[in-house]
Structures are given as C-alpha cells and as structure tokens.
Design a binder for this molecule. Structure first.
Ligand SMILES: C[S@@+](CC[C@H](N)C(=O)[O-])C[C@H]1O[C@@H](n2cnc3c(N)ncnc32)[C@H](O)[C@@H]1O
Length: 268
C-alpha cells in the first residue's frame, strides 16, 4: 500500500490505530483502509460508535468551557488525538485568548497533524510521548514553557484511560499528574464502560486487541476511584450526555447509550 504524505515513516500501514479509527468515526480524513475496515467491523457490533465519539467531543467542549469559567488558563491534554473540529486550544483560547495548551499523544499521525495546526500559535504545543511516563512528560521543554506550576492546570484525559491496562497504572498515572499541579487544578476524564452494552461491547473489546491500543473498559466504581483524593464536581460520575448538558435535548432519552462515563474533579 502506498504511504500517504501525512503518515510518517514509523506508521505501520497494516495495523489499525485507535487514533485513526477515532478520526474515521468523527468523519475525518486521516485514516487508512485498514482503519476504516476495522471501524466498520466494530460498528457491526455497536452501530452507535460514531455517535458515542461525537458525544465525547461535546463533553470535551462543555467541560473545557466550564474550566475556563472557573479561571483555569492552562491545560494538559493527554491522549489528545488527531485534531478535529473544536480542539481544546480553540475552545479555551476562544473564551480566554491567554490560555495555554500542551497536547500529548503517542500516535505519530496525531502529533504530526497537531504540529501543523499549531504553527504560529505561541500558546500551544504538542509532544510525542506516552502519557503513562508522567515524569518525562512533565519534564518536557514545552510543559516548562507553557505551564506555570504555581497556577491551576486542567489535566484532561478524554477517552484515553481506557487504553491503560490495569486499574493501578491508570490510578498512578492520574495521581502522578495531579500531584504535580497546585490546589484548584482540575482532572477531567471520559472513560468507556461495558456496563450496559454487555456482550456487544465485549465484541468490540476483542476487536481492539488487533490495534495498537487494546481497550480496557471500567465500571462506575472503577472510574470514580480514579478521582480518589479529589473533589468530584456535580453531577459526579455520569454518562457523557448527563454531564451539565447545554440543553435538556442533549441528554436524549438514554444517556447510557454513550457507554462512556464523564467526570470532573477538583484538587482541594
Ligand atoms: C480515542 S482517542 C481520543 C482523542 C481525544 N482525547 C478525544 O477524546 O477526542 C485516544 C487517543 O489517545 C492516544 N493514546 C492512547 N494511549 C496513550 C498513551 N499511553 N499516551 C499518549 N497517548 C495515548 C491515542 O493515540 C489516541 O490518539
């Protein structure tokens, strides 16, 4: 298969990537045949997957706007993905132009596209890194340049912790970042669950073992435990559409169809 100009040399063209599959669900163009075939196969089990991804992006918008309204002006977006409509710096800088954002992803396509998007934006940067390696992310030059350790930080983990295989590693990763930021900082998480979809979700989970990012859904108690030691903001750990919807219509009849928990917590 011919390598597209946007796919750096280290990209394996034969293996689906979670970042590019997500891009396909969202209607983007930075995906390969192998990703599209994978996504279509997963949609046989869960046709609602593209809707879930859009619902996740809507939560991203609402929660980032909420943090800006609370006075947060610096953000660490971990597992930020391939840029799409309504990225964190657009939302934050749109509401407060002085906002700074550091994006982190381990997918070379996501990072290459973020670099292009951020050219000329002095308030934002992207690094190619594994977010589980907390100390090397925090020690990066871009973090030192854009994140003031004395000011509150929005630590954003949208749809990424369910790619971390054990509860302990997921918790330690969250704790590593939250220990490094001051009181008044926030943790924002969205996290897949199979509590409602059951066997259909298990089929998708089995498929994801073929990608570069196997999927580890968690239940509500496991997701809540990620925020231990922090203050959960109302309405707590809820399905995506139920987290402070802009309008009652946004919640729809069955928020559990999103199969994804959302939470925002504040460091006391
Ligand atoms: C489903 S996408 C979510 C993108 C974005 N956060 C959103 O919610 O719209 C998950 C992203 O997390 C990235 N990712 C997964 N594990 C990671 C890790 N350990 N370190 C950094 N990025 C990771 C993947 O490459 C992918 O781009």
């Amino acid at each position: 298969m011919e390598r597209p100009t946007w796919a750096p040399g280290e990209v394996d063209l034969e293996r689906p990537s979670a970042a590019r599959v997500y891009d396909y669900y969202l209607g983007g163009y930075h995906n390969l045949a192998v990703d599209r075939e994978f996504a279509e196969q997963a949609m046989l089990a869960m046709p609602e997957l593209p809707l879930i991804m859009r619902t996740n992006r809507a939560f991203l918008r609402r929660s980032v706007r909420h943090l800006v309204a609370q006075g947060v002006r610096q953000f660490l977006d971990l597992g930020s993905g391939i840029p799409t409509v309504g990225n964190v710096h657009e939302i934050a800088q749109g509401a407060a132009p002085e906002s700074r954002v550091v994006y982190v992803d381990k997918d070379p396509v996501a990072v290459a596209h973020s670099q292009v998007m951020l050219e000329g934006n002095a308030g934002a940067a992207v690094l190619l890194a594994d977010m589980r390696d907390v100390q090397s992310v925090l020690a990066d030059e871009a973090v030192a340049r854009l994140i003031d350790p004395a000011e509150p930080v929005g630590v954003l983990m949208f749809a990424v912790l369910h790619f971390v295989d054990t509860d302990k590693l997921a918790r330690d990763t969250v704790r590593g970042y939250m220990a490094a930021v001051p009181s008044g900082s926030y943790l924002v998480v969205s996290h897949g669950t199979h509590e409602v979809v059951g066997e259909r979700g298990k089929q998708v989970e089995r498929l994801y073992t073929r990608t570069d990012n196997p999927f580890y859904p968690r239940n509500q108690a496991q997701v809540s435990a990620l925020a231990d030691g922090l203050e959960l903001i109302e309405p707590g750990v809820v399905y995506l559409p139920s987290w402070r919807p802009d309008s009652p219509e946004e919640v729809e009849d069955h928020p559990e169809k999103s199969s994804t928990y959302a939470m925002v917590a504040r460091k006391p």
